[in-house]
Design a protein around this ligand. Sequence first.
Ligand code: IPM
Ligand code: MG
Length: 367
Amino acid sequence: MATRSLFLLPGDGIGPEAMAEVRKIIAHMNDKEAAGFSTDEGLVGGCAYDAHGQAISDADMDKAMAADAVLFGAVGGPKWDAVPYEVRPEAGLLRLRKDMELFANLRPAICYPALANSSSLKQDVIEGLDILIVRELTGGVYFGEPKEIIDLGNGQKRGIDTQVYDTYEIDRISAVAFELARTRRNEVCSMEKRNVMKSGVLWNEVVTATHKERFSDVKLSHMLADAGGMQLVRWPKQFDVIVTDNLFGDMLSDIAAMLTGSLGMLPSASLGAPDAKTGKRKALYEPVHGSAPDIAGQGIANPIAMIASFAMCLRYSFNMVAEADRLEAAIAAVLDKGLRTGDIMSDGCQKITTAEMGDAILAAYAG
Ligand code: IPM
Ligand code: MG
């Protein structure tokens, strides 16, 4: 009996290759553990545009809204560089985030011991790294209005994006960060640019107030986002949980990804508010890496971020904590054995394909 519904959106580029490895794990869990996952699949990004002229169809949006969890691969590629802005591949992802109200994006950056020497940073800087970036995902400059290019009529144009945050948006994302910090090392660092931005001043005020009212047991610090980027590279282990807005979170999480050795390692979870009746959160899980069109279709992409995103899905959407722990341990075990895709390859290791990496992780999981 299927009791857990997953909607798969592999998307473009290396998305489908990475998703194929997760499908193997789902099939195994259904066969051997009676996990009861039901899966359906849709189109998002460039492939959706090719099929029906939209970055995601209304029918697929409905399925995403109805599923217990959405697994998302990647979108975009040079093929769609010239499509209209409204239907560009990324619009599909942004619509999913906005319509499903996935305001909380969790991006954990963990340095697996076996990869401590494959980062461009010194080993002692990243060894044992375990930080969590909590990125606001449905507000800020990504969605603020007006958002347009206007013709000034004098041969000049003006491009406008609007950075805007309301109290409730800052309060609810900081509450998520404080709650997660309590399950970790109990420290939150909030990052904004209050020295130049009004939204940064408000961000700082609201985080401070939420902390004082409901989370004063958690240690809170504040940092300007540019300094935060610098500190992430200088000594990332000073952080536990970082909470920040949509755009700063986008940039800081790419930096955090590289601390772990490769962009191919970082999973993410995007969560909505718990439903008032069922207590369930809408959720989408996606690797932080993009569609990597330069290596797509060659079977050499790293599927670890996608598989680790599925582990987050097990943990956050289905409360399958033991399975999530085991899947994450399987990833670490395979890396310990010296198996590597090209992006994390180093001397003395064995270079393997996407499918071989997926198989090795599944074998380690199945024990
Ligand atoms: C990310 C990506 C997206 C973003 C793009 C694909 C729209 O970079 O998830 O980090 O900017 O949020
Ligand atoms: Mg990004």
